[in-house]
Design a protein around this ligand. Structure first.
Ligand SMILES: Cc1ncc(COP(=O)(O)O)c(C=O)c1O
Length: 381
């Protein structure tokens, strides 16, 4: 039986061209970019160029003397931790995060709370969109940071970033966005978004696992969370990996160059999946279906069923999907995101995430739909 992978929001298969570019860089024996000899200078030049071009592809300007900054990290979790802990600083104040953030933001916010910060969660509507009126009421003169993701990893719902930026600007409060699910699937321009800081990770866009980044505007104070080195202006010390940066660059370039075609393909597959499941299953519904969403994400609840039972039965049929954030999927607890949306417990109990990717085909989706329908009807009877 062929395997069908519908869990791309968890991670994406490494693109073969990206793998080849990374391997070639490793084979060239790139040395430590911080070394003062010829090997270091060569690696530094290569890394500096990659940094500038990655920034450009994300709509930032790293090239200027006092331009935007791009710090490489080990991935999205570290980028979000650096943003929350590093921008909020040491003097406690208020920090606002949306109630549907990824565990890496929620967890960093909990750490801030332990350090004496007043952390508040911005509520969302049942469609999973952040409540702007509530955010406006919650902002105070003491707010140190607001963090709201660009698009949610479980529902795909896209957040009103421009409006949130306006609210934050009017109070001169720094704003960070977790764009980890958006980059590669939607146009993302750091300057056009006018945010202060933005997180991304390579493995969600067919790049290597183990590298991500935090973009932030010049002048924004970001306190290091790792100590003991001068690399990356001391903000994120540690030896930088040129091969992994090559991986980010190659993966991002493929996404940006083919964005429209990729989006259309993903949307077509996602719609095919949703339409067939809804047409042939009377107890299925799309979570967040009325909101603007990522092109690849379908969160479908099968009312009356247990999501874990559906997931396991589908796994036996070689169909991979998920019941929530991969960082929480070891547990069978109901999704905090869907709870925060205020959905009925029956909907939360039966909700699964199907996230399609560029290498999926219409034929695969047809087969997957047949297997999903078989499983849910069997479990229901
Ligand atoms: C929205 C969001 N933020 C952060 C992360 C964490 O990224 P990483 O797996 O690179 O640590 C993820 C990964 O699932 C995510 O979906």
């Amino acid at each position: 039986m062929d395997r069908i992978y519908l869990d791309h929001n968890s991670t994406t298969p490494l693109d073969r061209e990206v793998a080849a570019a990374v391997a070639s860089c490793f084979e060239q024996q790139t040395l430590n970019p911080a070394s003062q000899h010829w090997g270091g200078r060569e690696a530094r030049r290569w890394l500096d160029n990659l940094r500038v071009e990655i920034g450009q592809m994300l709509g930032a300007n790293i090239d200027e003397l006092s331009g935007d900054r791009l710090v490489f990290t080990s991935g999205g979790t570290e980028s979000n931790n650096l943003a929350l802990l590093g921008i909020s600083g040491e003097t406690p104040g208020q920090v606002l995060v949306s109630s549907i953030e990824h565990p890496s933001v929620i967890g960093a916010a909990e750490e801030l709370q332990r350090r004496g910060f007043d952390v508040q969660h911005i509520p969302t509507s049942p469609n999973g969109i952040v409540d702007l009126a509530r955010l406006a009421e919650m902002l105070t003169d003491d707010t140190k940071l607001v963090s709201v993701m660009m698009a949610n990893n479980e529902t795909g719902v896209i957040q009103p970033i421009a409006e949130i930026v306006d609210l934050c600007r009017s109070r001169e409060v720094p704003f960070h966005t977790d764009a980890i699910q958006a980059v590669g699937k939607l146009p993302v321009s750091f300057r056009e978004l006018n945010v202060d800081a933005l997180s991304f990770t390579a493995h969600k866009l067919h790049g290597p696992r183990g590298i991500g980044g935090l973009l932030f505007r010049d002048g924004l104070q970001v306190q290091p969370q790792i100590h003991g080195g001068f690399q990356q202006e001391g903000i994120r010390p540690g030896t930088e990996s040129v091969p992994l940066a090559v991986g980010v660059h190659t993966a991002l370039k493929k996404c940006v160059d083919n964005l429209d075609a990729r989006r259309a393909h993903l949307e077509q597959l996602r719609n095919q999946l949703e339409q067939r499941l809804l047409a042939e299953c009377s107890f299925a519904e799309v979570v967040g279906g009325k909101a603007e969403r990522l092109p690849n994400t379908a969160n479908i609840s099968f009312r009356g069923l247990n999501r874990q039972a559906v997931l396991m039965a589908l796994d036996m049929q070689q169909v991979a999907c998920s019941t929530g954030s991969a960082c929480a999927s070891g547990s069978s607890d109901p999704s905090p995101v869907l709870i925060a949306m205020g959905l009925p417990s029956e909907v939360i109990e039966g909700a699964l995430r199907f996230s399609v990717g560029v290498e999926n085909t219409a034929a695969e989706i047809e087969i997957a739909c047949g297997l999903i329908l078989q499983v849910v009807h069997n479990l229901r009877s």
